[in-house]
Design a protein around this ligand. Sequence first.
Ligand code: NDP
Length: 305
Amino acid sequence: MSAKILSGKEIAQAIKDDVAAEVGKIGFRPGLAVVRVGEDPASAVYVGSKVRTTEELGMYSEHLHFADDVTQQELLGVVSSLNSRDDIDGILVQLPLPKHIDEREILEAILPEKDVDGFHPMNVGRLSQGQKALVPCTPAGVIEILKRSGIDIAGKHAVIVGRSNIVGKPMAMLLLQENATVTICHSRTVDLPSITRQADILVAAIGRAGFIRGEHIREDAVVIDVGINNVSDVSLAPELFSEEDLPKRLAAIEKRGFTLVGDVNPKEAMEKAGAFTPVPGGVGLLTVAMLMKNTVEAAKMRRGI
Ligand code: NDP
């Protein structure tokens, strides 16, 4: 048996098309400011993609880049000035920030109505109370994949591995809102496979390449892989990738030094699951699309549209 692939590509494109149409309708350009600190190459790629997509969809985008030694006070000043600008509807501070910066204080300084990442305690609280809120992009993207793939959520047992504020916890709240029965697992969970095997919908957000194996997956379950990890060790490849996939992956390691792998072993998930989101090409593509959606939402909400 081979799992159905739940590709993020078409779904992300459909969401972006909806956003572009909405921008055309509202008659002004929502503005997104992205704040980046330091020279982390992954952050540079993510920010580049966010800025580019914002403009492609007809919105205004501003990229503010600071050196590693920027101070807490300077960053707070930047957020405060973006908060007060009428042309800026969304503010995103790309994480991680350097160690000397108090990340939480920066995120909490963003006005909740401009918090397009959905990390402000006000939005977290609203989400947990089932009120209208700006919701974190990655878990919101997972819900879009499930819904737009015609997968029923109500009444299903959803098991999430990972309890971070960015993915695991908001994922649990969103699945609960969709009337799933939700279990959250983490590093202290005892006998993880016995719990994950109860999942109709299994979401992995752990940060460990290929951690979820066949033994964790119930036959025919829907497996959503949120993880993004670099694998550079060629000797791991045969355990992770099918014979069909292997040559491409080895070529990527040779050319770039790594290949992208999620938190689920793709070879075993393909054999055991009923449906599976690939990495790359799955959940990751939804994150930027949902950020675009949040920016338009924020612009409309702030103007009472
Ligand atoms: P965090 O490191 O913040 O959280 C990881 C979670 O996994 C923790 O709750 C931790 O438990 C749990 N965990 C770690 N080891 C185990 C284990 N052995 N058994 C069970 N649970 C375990 O990671 P994030 O939530 O930020 O990210 C998770 C993954 O998702 C990463 O691969 C990241 O790259 C990816 N990601 C992808 C995005 C996308 O756009 N697709 C966006 C954001 C993240 P505990 O709390 O007990 O420590």
